[in-house]
Design a protein around this ligand. Structure first.
Ligand SMILES: [Zn+2]
Length: 241
C-alpha cells in the first residue's frame, strides 16, 4: 500500500515513524514544508527503499519563507516529487494570499520545464484558486489533491484537469469529507495520512493506519477488500509511470 502525504520529519518520535514505514513496506511520500528541510528529510529515510522525499513550500509558510524560492529552484532537479505546495484561504493565511499565489505559480511554472513531476497539493479554503492555477499550468505534472474538501462541481473540474485525490483515515471522521469521497472515481483515488498533523481519536496517524481507508472504500464501493487493494495498486503504478 501507500501513504502519499506524510510529514516524516515532523513526527515527535523518529524511531516510531521510521519503524512503521519499514515494517509496512508501504510506498511513502515524505513531504516537506520548506526547501531548507529537504536535504535533512532525505537523510532520515535514505536507507528505506520505498520512501521518496518531496520538495515543498507550504502555503501557510509562503509569506515567511518566500526567500527560500531560489533554494527551491536549486533543489528541484534532485527529485521528481513536489510538495507540500498549494494555497490556503483560511483565516490568518488569507492575508498573505498574494505571497502564496506568487510561490505556488512560480513552482508550477518551474515544474513545467520537467513535465514528469508529481505534486501533492494543499487547497484548504482555496479550491477554486488552486484549480485555476493548475489550469493555467497544464504541463506542471500530475497533481494529487490532498485532503480535498470541495463541492461536487469542484471535484468534477479537478477530475477534468487530471487530478488524483489522496484520502486518509482522519477524513473518515468528517461527514463533509465522506461526501467528497463518494464523488471520486475509483481510478483517481490514492491514500495518505497527513501525519503527524492528522489524528485519530487524539492519536497521531501512522502510514500503517491507511488500511482503515481500504475497509471503508470496500464498503462504499461495494467491492471486496482485495479488489480495493488491486485498484489502489494499479492507481499507484499509473501515477508513477
Ligand atoms: Zn500536509
Amino acid at each position: 500500500m501507500m501513504d502519499l502525504h506524510c510529514h516524516v520529519d515532523l513526527y515527535p518520535d523518529y524511531n516510531r515513524i521510521l519503524e512503521d514505514i519499514k515494517s509496512t513496506g508501504f510506498y511513502v511520500l515524505s513531504v516537506t514544508t520548506v526547501p531548507s528541510a529537504f536535504e535533512g528529510t532525505c537523510n532520515l529515510t535514505r536507507n528505506i527503499k520505498h520512501c521518496r522525499t518531496a520538495l515543498g513550500l507550504h502555503p501557510q509558510l509562503a509569506h515567511q519563507r518566500i526567500n527560500e524560492l531560489p533554494l527551491f529552484d536549486k533543489l528541484i532537479p534532485e527529485t521528481r516529487y513536489i510538495g507540500e505546495i498549494g494555497l490556503d484561504g483560511s483565516r490568518g493565511y488569507k492575508d498573505h494570499f498574494n505571497d502564496q499565489l506568487f510561490v505556488f505559480n512560480h513552482i508550477l511554472k518551474k515544474c513545467e520545464s520537467y513535465g514528469n513531476k508529481i505534486l501533492t497539493i494543499h487547497s484548504l479554503n482555496a479550491v477554486d484558486e488552486v484549480l485555476n492555477c493548475l489550469g493555467t499550468h497544464p504541463k506542471a505534472g500530475t497533481a494529487i489533491l490532498h485532503w480535498f474538501l470541495a463541492t461536487k462541481k469542484q471535484v468534477e473540474k479537478a477530475i477534468e484537469l487530471g487530478c488524483y485525490f489522496s484520502i486518509g483515515p482522519a477524513m473518515l471522521s468528517s461527514n463533509r469529507a465522506k461526501k467528497v469521497i463518494s464523488w471520486l472515481p475509483k481510478n483517481r483515488v490514492l491514500l495518505e495520512t497527513d501525519g503527524p498533523f492528522a489524528k485519530l481519536e487524539g492519536n497521531i496517524v501512522y502510514p500503517s493506519n491507511v488500511i482503515s481507508v481500504l475497509t471503508y472504500l470496500s464498503d462504499i464501493w461495494n467491492i471486496p477488500y482485495d479488489e480495493v487493494r488491486s485498484v489502489m495498486k494499479l492507481n499507484l503504478v499509473k501515477l508513477l509511470k
